[in-house]
Each structure stands twice: as C-alpha cells, then as structure tokens.
Design a protein around this ligand. Structure first.
Ligand code: AGP
Length: 609
C-alpha cells in the first residue's frame, strides 16, 4: 500500500511532507517523491529507494512552497524506478497526482488517451493515467476535472491532486483506499494514514467512499458523488504515534489478519473480467506451453510452502497436471527431475528468500518454465522468473505471514483455473462455481473475523499449554501445518501438525490426559473420518478444539471447544479455516507476553542459507 501526504498552508510544505512520508516508512515502499508549487509551476522530484534519496535531490533552498503532495510507493504496476515513482504529471506538469490503489481499467484508458489525445506516457504505472485524464478535462475548474476523471476510472484508489492552474487548493478522492484529511491552524492536510499527520493535527476527517475533498489553507470541504457538500463529524485522534501505525491494532500481525478480506479483494481485482473469466496479467504462458507441461513443481519455504501444498490440491483437481511440492532447501540439493516439460512455481512473499531463489535458478538451469507468485514487485525472485503473478497483499510487516498466505492461496486457485480452462480440462460449470466461491470469500471472512473475541476466550484456556497438536485430512492437513507454524513461531509453544490418518502410525503415542489437539474438519467427504480421529485422541485423554463448517453435524458433541467457519465449497475452505488458527496463535502469544511482530530468532526475509 502506498503512502500519501498533502499539505496546504502557511508553513514549509516540503519539510512537513517529507516528515509525514517518513512516518509512513513502516508500511514498506520502494520509491518516493514530492510535487511542490514553486513560482507558478509544479516542481516534481522523485527517487527510487529510501526517502533519504529523495531528500538528497531537494536540497535547494528555494525548493519550498505553501502547497504540495508527497508519496511513498509500494509497486503494483510497473517495477520500482525513478520514472514509475509518484507524483505523476500530465506532461506539462500543470497537474500532479499521487495515488494509492489499483486502476483496474488503466490499460484501456492508456490506449484511449494515446489514441484520442496523443498522450505520450513516460511511466509503466496506472497512476499516470489519472494525471492525464485530469489534464485533458481541466477547463477552468479543477474539482470538475477531477470528478470527470474519476468517472472514467474503475478500481480502488485514494488520490491527491495539485495544479498550477489553481494553487490555492488540494483536491483528493477516496474510493476503496484509505484517505483522511487533517484540520490544522492555518493549514490543512491529506494523508493515506493518520500517523503521517499526528505531529501536526489530531482533528481528522475520515473520508468515505466516493467522496471528493477540497482543501484550502483555511478550509476543508467534503462532497459526495453527486457533488453535494456533506457534513462530517471531526474525529479526534487519541492514539499515540506507535499505535496509529497499526491503525489502532496492538500489533501489525493482528492488523494484517484483519486486512485479509481487502487483500484478497485486491488480489482478485483485475483478474476476473466482466464475464468473470480469469485473466492473468504478467503471465505469458501460451496454450501450447500449458499443454506441454507434464509436471508442476511448487517450491517455497515456511508459510509459502504451506500455500504450495494447497496449490497442489487446486492444480491437480482443476488443471489435471501432477504436482510435486517441495521445500526449497531440499529441492535445491536433491538433483530433482526437472526438464523443459516442467512448470516450476516459486512462491515467496518477500521474493528474496535465498533457498527459494537458489531452487528457482536450479530449475531454470534444468530447462523448466518458471512462474513465481510474489508479493514484492521487482524482487529477485520476480526478476528471475519467466512469468510473475503478484499477490496484491500490500506490505506485510509482521514476521509471521498471514495475508500473504491467503493471497498466495488465491493465486494458486487462479493459476489452476487459468491452466485448466486453457488446456480444456475444466468444464465451465466447475470453473464458474470456483470463481463464485472465491468472490464470496472476502465478505465471509469479514463475518468470520467478528469471532475474534470467542477465539480469544479459547486462547485463555490454552495459552499455558506446553504442546499442541494439529490434525487434518486433505487440504485440512495442509492448513494444519500452517496453523502449527503460526503458533510455534509467535508463542514458542511446541506445536506439531500431522495428517490425521498418520496418528496411528506413531504420533498417537504422545497423546495423553490433557493433551490439546486442534482438529480441522472442513472437508465434507472426510468429515466422518475426522470424527473417528477425534474419538481416537479423546479416548486417550486429549482435549479437542474442532474447526468445522457451520451446519456440520456431530462435531460439537465430540469437541471441547468449537470454532465454525462460514459454509463454502471444500476446495476454498483453506482460505477461511486458517484464520481462526492465525487469531488463536496471535491471542495465545499475546497472553504469553511474546514479541508478536518480531519473534525471537526470526527474520521477515531469510536471505541467508
Ligand atoms: C511465515 O510466518 C514465516 N515468517 C516464514 O516461514 C516465511 O513464510 C518463509 O521464510 C518464506 O518467506 P518468503 O515467503 O518471503 O519467501
């Protein structure tokens, strides 16, 4: 997610904006920039890398102003670079724009602007389109030009606009991306996040969807989609700066767990066209390529590896290609059977995990086609792949991966659907039903997240446990491995996941009076088998937390605790069953006083052997 800061007032816009951008650095970014109104013109400076790089190019004394907008970019469309950094101008820089979000129809708009208006684009971004739209619609009224521009845009966006035509105002718009306006003394602000403004203001307007905000030095006006002014209560921020970075959540991990519905919507956005057909940007695989694959290897580490396990279920079922899943640290040393008939899928949130990168290079050396599923645009794994499919989860700050995992699952389903339809192994009904199921997940997740208190109560029963077992069958076994990793890496409880059918082959020797077993049973065709496994461990004294779909019959009687997930097709259940496990791990770790966002011995990106 990008960071936006805008200022208009009596003070020094440059310093105030740069300082505000620095308050947003925690969100992660790959470039930054600023646009200031100076001597009748909009001056734009932007640099790849840290904000210090930007500061190094705006040292001139006269480079200051009463009006400006600034931006930290987290790349989604267009690799990190100076030219792709924001703000973006409209060619003659009479308009400059900063943007957070995704313009879903930017390709069509770029083509239209080039064809009908002779626009020459300088960047690869969707954002530049906005600046040109406002520029061509400007006819003496900046607010009107902005309204007309956003009417052509589809997608999620928060934008800030300045213009040398009207240097007495900032215009900003919100649609599905966060935006606030700050009320100051002799100055006013816009920002994508409250932390950017806290040093200067605590009176905030929370801008709602499809609203346009017009700021002058002494005034903030808010208008709705029909251009009618709306009244908005002032929100008085009482948070300190540290908690404001987490939007009021106690930890980034909890914030990111709650961001999952939005992250999944973003990852799905632009990948389902008007007819609901899957369109995979960044993937150039042809029908011939897909038909030539005799095997898929999915290789990753940790949580990303667990996402690969679900990817196996999806690709084998929907694309009918055999899939092998391997941890990268093993794959790279086993001299794997890989050739030019292999599709190698690397999954990596950071795109910098050394083992995964090394495995990818080994697969390429052996002739495989490499597709990567990555969250960081322009990262090493992305750059070295033949095709890249981005999770648009936004920056994931907590070491424990949550929203990256669920968006990786979404990418697995989309790749499986795309390959299945392309090679004709997937009938339309199944294809469309899976897409319907995926599209319904964000709302179902929002409902599931309201059970957090119920899950916290269970955490209070469990947080003193010395060990916890996770069991499941099929996709539930794969999710069990992820739930176990979440618990152990942030609460330091010794946790173990095992396929439920494997219990009797050894692990059940460890079950004794009071042992806690978390049993996932979301797969209807395996539900009775799971009930038997629960009876097995209960008979040996275990206490069982059951995770099953609403409406399941029989688990409540068996389990000591129950968490139900909204009804859904078995195939997409992992997108929901993992969330109670994330929340449970979080609340247990919190009760144990652990350093949740930065667990001991762990790093967010493991760039060493
Ligand atoms: C996940 O909670 C862990 N922090 C860790 O297992 C992580 O998933 C693994 O290191 C892979 O990282 P990547 O996705 O950035 O490659």
């Amino acid at each position: 997610m990008c960071g936006i800061v805008g200022y208009i007032g009596d003070g020094h816009a440059k310093d105030i904006i740069i300082e505000g951008l620095k308050k947003l650095e925690y969100r992660g970014y790959d470039s930054s920039g600023i646009a200031l109104y100076i001597d009748g013109k909009i001056q734009v400076r932007k640099q790849m890398g840290r904000i210090a790089n930007l500061e190094a190019v705006i040292t001139e004394k006269e480079f200051d102003s009463h009006l400006g907008i600034g931006h930290t970019r987290w790349a989604t469309h267009g690799a990190p670079s100076d030219v792709n950094a924001h703000p973006h101008g409209n060619g003659d820089e009479t308009v400059a724009v900063v943007h957070n979000g995704i313009i879903e129809n930017y390709v069509e708009l770029r083509e239209w602007l080039s064809r009908e208006h002779g626009v020459k684009f300088r960047s690869e971004t969707d954002t530049e389109v906005i600046a040109h739209l406002i520029g061509i619609y400007y006819d003496g009224d900046l607010v009107d030009a902005v309204y007309r521009a956003v009417e052509k845009m589809k997608g999620a966006y928060a934008i800030g606009v300045v213009s040398s035509h009207e240097p007495d105002k900032i215009v900003a718009v919100r649609k599905d991306s966060p935006l606030v306006a700050g009320l100051g003394e002799g100055c006013n602000f816009i920002a994508s996040d409250i932390p950017a403004l806290l040093r200067h203001v605590r009176k905030i307007y929370l801008i709602e969807n499809n609203e346009v905000v017009v700021l002058t030095t002494g005034d903030i006006k808010i208008f709705n989609q029909d251009r009618k002014e709306v009244h908005r209560e002032v929100f008085h921020v009482t948070w300190d700066a540290a908690s404001a970075e987490k939007d009021g959540f106690d930890h980034f991990m909890l914030k990111e767990i709650h961001e999952q519905p939005k992250a999944i919507e973003e990852t799905l956005s632009r990948r389902l066209d008007a007819d609901g057909l899957v369109k995979l940007d960044g993937i150039r695989m042809t029908k011939e390529d897909i038909e030539s694959f005799q095997k898929v290897y999915i290789v990753a580490c940790g949580t990303a590896y667990h996402a690969g396990l679900i990817g196996k279920h999806a690709i084998e079922k929907l694309a009918k290609i055999p899939v092998e899943v391997d941890v990268a640290s093993e794959f790279r040393y086993r001299d794997p059977f890989v050739d030019d008939k292999t599709l190698f899928i690397a999954i990596s949130q950071s795109g910098e995990t050394l083992d995964t990168l090394a495995a990818l290079r080994e697969a390429k050396r052996k002739g495989a086609r490499v597709l990567s599923v990555v969250n960081v645009v322009g990262s090493s794994v992305a750059r070295e792949s033949d095709d890249v499919f981005y999770t648009w989860a936004g920056p994931e700050i907590a070491v424990a991966s949550t929203k990256a995992y669920t968006t990786q699952l979404v990418c697995m389903y989309l790749i499986a659907l795309f390959m299945g339809r392309t090679k004709g192994s997937l009938d339309v009904e199944t294809y469309q039903s899976v897409i319907r199921e995926l599209s319904a997940i964000p709302e179902k997740l929002r409902g599931l997240l309201t059970k957090e208190e119920e899950i916290d109560a269970i955490a209070k029963d469990l947080y003193r446990c010395e060990s916890v077992f996770f069991i499941g069958r099929g996709p539930d076994a794969s999710v069990s491995f992820e739930g176990s990793l979440k618990l152990k890496e942030i609460s330091y409880i010794n946790s173990f996941a095992v396929a439920a059918g494997e219990l009797k082959h050894g692990t059940i020797a460890l079950i004794e009076q009071g042992t806690v077993v978390i049993a996932l049973a979301t797969q209807e065709r395996l539900f009775d088998k799971m009930l038997s496994n629960i009876q097995e461990v209960k008979a040996r004294g275990a206490r069982v937390l059951g995770i099953a779909k609403e409406g399941n019959v029989g688990m409540e009687q068996q389990a000591d605790w129950m968490i139900t997930i909204p009804d859904c097709h078995d195939d997409v259940a992992p997108l929901m069953s993992v969330v109670p496990l994330q929340l449970l791990a979080y609340h247990i770790a919190k009760l144990r006083g652990c350093d949740i966002d930065k667990p001991k011995n762990l790093a967010k990106s493991v760039t060493v052997e």
